[in-house]
Design a protein around this ligand. Sequence first.
Ligand code: ATP
Length: 258
Amino acid sequence: MITLLEARNIGKRFGGLQALSDVSLTIRKGEVYGLIGPNGAGKTTFFNVLTGAYTPDGGEFVFNGAVLPSGKPHLVVAQGVARTFQNIRLFRELTALENVMAGHHIRTSAGVWGILTQNKHTVEEERLTTERAYELLRYVGIERFATATAKNLSYGDQRRLEIARALATEPQLLALDEPAAGMNATETVHLKALIEQIRGDGITVLLIEHDVKLVMGLCDRVAVLDFGRKIAEDVPAEVQKNEAVIGAYLGGGQKHAH
Ligand SMILES: Nc1ncnc2c1ncn2[C@@H]1O[C@H](COP(=O)(O)OP(=O)(O)OP(=O)(O)O)[C@@H](O)[C@H]1O
């Protein structure tokens, strides 16, 4: 099995709070890898460090054999790591199509000059970007809303749009931060199918999710964080039996608070 991402001893501190302590894990190419744990365990912080929003205090990420730049989100996206956010972050006043096109622009070469002069290369590139954006809206099942303003889409559709925008950056690793949050049961079933489709198309998925049923039904392997430390990493069936995990998270009595 080929390793896609290796987190090596990642540490992150906020003032007196150690949000991540020495977190190491390995994600293999083609798997859906779950990251679970109680509120405040450090899951989103892990995403933020991985995707360059925060600089770690210790450790590094190795992606495709090379160390990922830290604290530089645009370079991390360019390396092939895309993400969605727990609190949806779309360009709310733009259309669904424009949101996806914005994601694809990291892969296009036209500079400001090309856009201003509308040279042949830029016009052709823009045509391909539009075509690809429509394709991705179809892929996530919301093509009919292409010209709708993002803020007017339903919550579930906004989450799908975020996924389409992330996919437009042509990632090898797609990191989804609580994609099922706020979704009803039907939307969650569709989301599961979409993530399976994404994996089927060769994109590795890292998933933070509180819907335990979804995580256990979807993930090949799961890591559990508690107070910033990894307390387990295994296949779902084993994680569900793990005493430490049951105590910290799966037992129902969550001991953390926001
Ligand atoms: N920018 C920040 N400044 C200070 N503290 C922060 C910051 N970001 C996160 N924290 C703290 O770090 C800890 C880990 O938070 P994080 O959001 O990573 O947890 P989480 O596992 O994603 O939780 P949830 O499931 O509630 O989203 C929390 O105690 C949180 O309050």
